[in-house]
Write a protein that binds this ligand. Structure first.
Ligand code: PXP
Length: 248
């Protein structure tokens, strides 16, 4: 655990992706989660997708049993997922949009379009003691709607900023960064806790980590990829170091 107030949540979905490529039990996402904990992760994130393409129901059972840091349970706003979340009562539930054909969570949730349904959907989760987070784009209307439905946390989607950086569209990257900055401040002014994530790497993490309103970053694909080259513990430690440096 770090001494500053920016938490690192490590997303272990892609350990399960590698496991599932062979249909067996190896590599075990629970082992990765425990290693991440030891390496300084402040929380573990896992996304139980409707098609179970990576994390399985048994993985969630196991994570709830073995973790000593909080589990951030990512899920779509479906009846099935609500039942699973209410059975486990994880520390946090992050509601994400989900499309079967997508490779990853491509955009933020359209909260404004479904305000009424989502308000009713998250109420029992909140009553059960879960911190409800809504994964959204850096967009004023979505943030205000997330506030109105009673979410305690928003997670800002950093994918467009990271993609623009990776593809060398630097003006666009800077515009995305600016809107993430403004919308973090807006969300905080409404009393929402601000998290961010998607696509973050060693090259893109620092400007986001430097926003004083951001309390948590959730990072997965890059860290699991980097673990192949330098090992899980050094991969996470380096991310933590960059986050601390940006925050200092
Ligand atoms: N936050 C949310 C809400 C996500 O859906 C994901 C991807 O599962 C992440 C963070 C992590 O994204 P990445 O794997 O690109 O680091």
């Amino acid at each position: 655990m770090s001494c500053n107030n920016l938490r690192l949540g490590v997303n272990i979905d892609h350990v399960a992706t590698v496991r599932n490529a062979r249909g067996g039990a190896y590599p075990d996402p629970l082992r990765a989660a425990k290693l991440a904990e030891e390496a300084g992760a402040d929380g573990i994130t896992a996304h139980l997708r409707e098609d179970r393409r990576h994390i399985s129901d048994a993985d969630i059972d196991g994570l709830m049993d073995v973790l000593t840091v909080p589990l951030n349970f990512e899920m779509a706003a479906t009846e099935e997922m609500q039942k699973i979340a209410l059975r486990h009562k994880p520390h946090a539930v992050c509601i994400v949009p989900e499309k079967r054909e997508e490779r990853t969570t491509e955009g933020g949730l359209e909260v404004a379009r479904e305000e009424n349904r989502l308000a009713h959907y998250i109420a029992p989760l909140r009553d059960a003691g879960c911190r409800v987070s809504i994964f959204i784009a850096a967009d004023r209307a979505q943030i205000e709607a997330a506030h109105r439905i009673g979410a305690e946390v928003i997670e800002l989607h950093t994918g467009a900023y990271c993609d623009a950086h990776a593809e060398g569209r630097l003006d666009e990257r800077d515009r995305e960064l600016e809107s993430l900055r403004e919308m973090s401040a807006l969300a905080r002014s409404l009393g929402l806790e601000v998290h961010a994530g998607h696509g973050l790497t060693y090259d893109t993490v620092k400007p986001i980590a430097a926003f004083p309103e951001v309390m948590e970053l959730n990072i997965g694909h890059f860290l699991i990829g980097e673990a192949i080259f330098r090992g899980m513990t050094p991969a996470i430690e380096e991310m933590r170091r960059l986050m601390d440096e940006a925050r200092a």
